[in-house]
Design a protein around this ligand. Structure first.
Ligand SMILES: [Fe+2]
Ligand SMILES: [Fe+2]
Length: 341
C-alpha cells in the first residue's frame, strides 16, 4: 500500500486553523473583575461531604417533618440539578468563541459550584428520606404523598426547557443568554443568606451560607459580562433580552417566589400543598422565608436588574405580579427559557 502524502511532507508550516475553532491557544487578559472573582472562587471552594453531618440527627424529626424539609430540597434540586449541564455547555461556548482566559475560568467555577449545590441537595434528600430518589420514594405520611405529587409535576416542568436551551446556546452571545441569570443570582444569594440565618441545624446553616456566597460570585460574573458587552450591544439583541428577562422571571419564580401559571403546568392545589410543606418545615426549625418576604426579595432583585438594564437603554418587561411596570411580553415560549441560578 502506497504511503499517504501528509501535509507535513509538503510544507514547512501547517495551514492556518480556521477561526474560531473549538479552543484558543492563548490566554488573553481582559476583564480585571473576572480575575478577582476567579481568585475568590478558589479561596472559597467547599465540599458538601465535609459539612458537620455528624451533628445532624435525622431521627429527632417526625416523618412528616422529614418529608416536608426534603420537599424543599427537592424543589431546589429541580433548579440546581439542571445547572451543571447548563453551565458545562456555556463553558464549552466560552472556548468556542475564544473568550478571555479569566472568563473561561469563571464559567468553569460556576459549573463546579452548581455541581456542589446539586450534591448538597442530593445528600440532604437522601439523609432525610433514607432513600436517594424523591420521585420513586415511598411516602410515609399523607403530606409526603401530596408533596411527592408536587415533585413529579415540578420535575416534568423543569425538564421542558432543555431542547430550547441547546438551540439557544450557539445562536446568542453569552451576555444575552445570561441576561436573566443576574436576577436569579441576586434573589438566590439573598434567600440563601436568610435561610442560613434562620436555620437550626448547623449542617443546613453551613450549606446555605456556602451556597449564598457562591451565588454572590455568580452575580458578580454576570455583572462583569454585562458591563463589558452591553455598551456594544446589537439593537436586535435588546428586545431578545427583554423577553429573556420575562422568561427568567416565570421560570425562577417557582423557587424564589411561587410558580406562575403562564409557564408552570401544575395541579390546582399545588401551591396549597407547597405552603403546607413549608409551614411544617418552618415549625421544625428549617427556615423558609414567608410569602411576603419572598415577594419583596424577588421584587428587589428584579429592580436591581432593571437599574442595570436602564443604564444601557434595554427595555424592561412588565412584571405586574410584583408591581413592576414595563414593556408587555406575552409570547414567552420554551425557547426563551434560560433556566439558571
Ligand atoms: Fe446554584
Ligand atoms: Fe448560581
Amino acid at each position: 500500500m502506497a504511503k499517504r502524502t501528509t501535509l507535513a511532507q509538503e510544507m514547512e508550516f501547517p495551514p492556518a486553523t480556521e477561526q474560531p475553532n473549538v479552543f484558543p491557544l492563548s490566554w488573553r487578559k481582559g476583564t480585571e473583575k473576572m480575575e478577582e472573582v476567579w481568585a475568590s472562587s478558589r479561596r472559597e471552594v467547599w465540599d458538601p461531604a465535609a459539612l458537620s453531618w455528624d451533628t445532624f440527627d435525622v431521627e429527632s424529626y417526625t416523618w412528616e417533618e422529614r418529608e416536608a424539609i426534603a420537599y424543599w430540597w427537592t424543589l431546589l434540586s429541580v433548579f440546581d440539578a439542571s445547572a451543571p449541564p447548563v453551565f458545562a455547555s456555556a463553558l464549552i461556548k466560552t472556548y468556542e468563541v475564544h473568550e478571555e482566559d479569566a472568563v473561561r475560568r469563571c464559567f468553569f467555577s460556576v459549573t463546579q459550584d452548581e455541581q456542589n449545590h446539586e450534591q448538597m441537595c442530593g445528600m440532604a434528600i437522601t439523609k432525610l428520606l433514607g432513600y436517594d430518589d424523591p420521585v420513586t420514594y415511598e411516602p410515609k405520611t399523607e403530606l409526603g404523598e401530596l408533596a411527592q405529587r408536587n415533585v413529579k409535576w415540578l420535575y416534568f416542568n423543569g425538564g421542558r426547557y432543555w431542547d430550547g436551551y441547546k438551540q439557544a446556546v450557539p445562536k446568542y452571545p453569552l451576555a444575552v443568554l445570561f441576561s436573566s441569570f443576574l436576577m436569579g443570582e441576586i434573589a438566590a444569594a439573598t434567600i440563601f443568606h436568610q435561610m442560613a440565618e434562620g436555620a437550626r441545624e448547623p449542617v443546613f446553616e453551613e450549606a446555605f451560607r456556602n451556597i449564598g456566597r457562591d451565588e454572590g460570585r455568580h452575580m458578580a460574573i454576570c455583572m462583569a459580562l454585562m458591563e463589558r458587552d452591553y455598551p456594544k450591544l446589537d439593537v436586535s439583541d435588546r428586545s431578545l433580552i427583554t423577553k429573556q428577562i420575562r422568561a427568567g422571571y416565570l421560570f425562577l419564580s417557582a423557587v424564589l417566589y411561587e410558580p406562575p401559571e403562564d409557564f408552570w403546568d401544575l395541579p390546582s392545589d399545588f401551591i396549597e400543598v407547597q405552603r403546607r410543606c413549608e409551614a411544617v418545615a418552618r415549625d421544625a426549625g428549617f427556615h423558609i422565608p414567608e410569602y411576603d418576604a419572598k415577594k419583596e426579595n424577588w421584587r428587589q432583585a428584579i429592580l436591581n436588574l432593571k437599574t442595570v438594564l436602564d443604564k444601557y437603554d434595554i427595555p424592561f418587561p412588565a412584571i405586574p405580579e410584583v408591581g413592576i411596570s414595563g414593556e408587555e411580553v406575552n409570547d414567552v415560549d420554551l425557547e426563551d427559557i434560560i433556566p439558571v441560578f
